[in-house]
Design a protein around this ligand. Structure first.
Ligand code: ZN
Length: 174
């Protein structure tokens, strides 16, 4: 291969790598649909859009709120949350602490873990493919995301996951 030709090949490989990297760091638009039954007061979310609406098992038409999200951002934050929870379970001090905690607190942590896992599964279903997280240095606050932090252990709950921000309780005065 001539020198000129091999330089071109390298450039193409670099170009492809750059494109791949950009694609892996691009937002993936999606949505989260919050459902609330005005009759039963239940609140849940789904990744399934049904423009014609849907009925709760009690027969009441549910209130729906569709929240636009960046699937990659949501999954990155959720994976970091899960990591944090795993660290809490694994760290020696935490297990000593947990040992002294009431069973309900331990159950609560397990519930948090489960809800992160469920959320990630829904996001992956929505994306229809595996989703790479944003890189380590990606900072959700810098990216303009707003979230609440649950202390301890410091889980970030994005606005998309806070139904009270999206479902409008029309019974209450504005
Ligand atoms: Zn209902």
């Amino acid at each position: 291969m001539s020198e000129e030709k091999s330089a071109k090949v390298i450039n193409l490989a670099e170009y492809r790598a750059k494109r791949e990297q950009e694609a892996a760091q691009a937002p993936i638009p999606g949505w989260l649909v919050w459902l609330s039954c005005p009759q039963c007061g239940t609140v849940e979310y789904t990744e399934v859009r049904l423009p014609e609406g849907r009925y709760h098992k009690c027969g009441t038409l549910v209130d729906e709120a569709e929240v636009p999200i960046d699937i990659r951002a949501e999954i990155t934050i959720s994976r970091r949350n899960l990591q944090l929870l795993q660290e809490v379970f694994e760290s020696g001090t935490a297990s000593k602490l947990l040992g002294r905690l009431l069973r309900s607190a331990r159950d609560n942590l397990e519930q948090l873990q489960q809800s992160e896992e469920t959320y990630q599964n829904k996001l992956l279903l929505m994306a229809g493919q595996d989703v790479e997280s944003y890189p380590e240095e990606w900072d959700p606050a810098e990216a303009g995301l707003r979230f609440e932090v649950i202390q301890p252990p410091g889980l970030k709950i994005t606005e998309a996951r806070q139904p009270q921000l999206h479902l409008d309780n029309s019974n209450e005065p504005a």
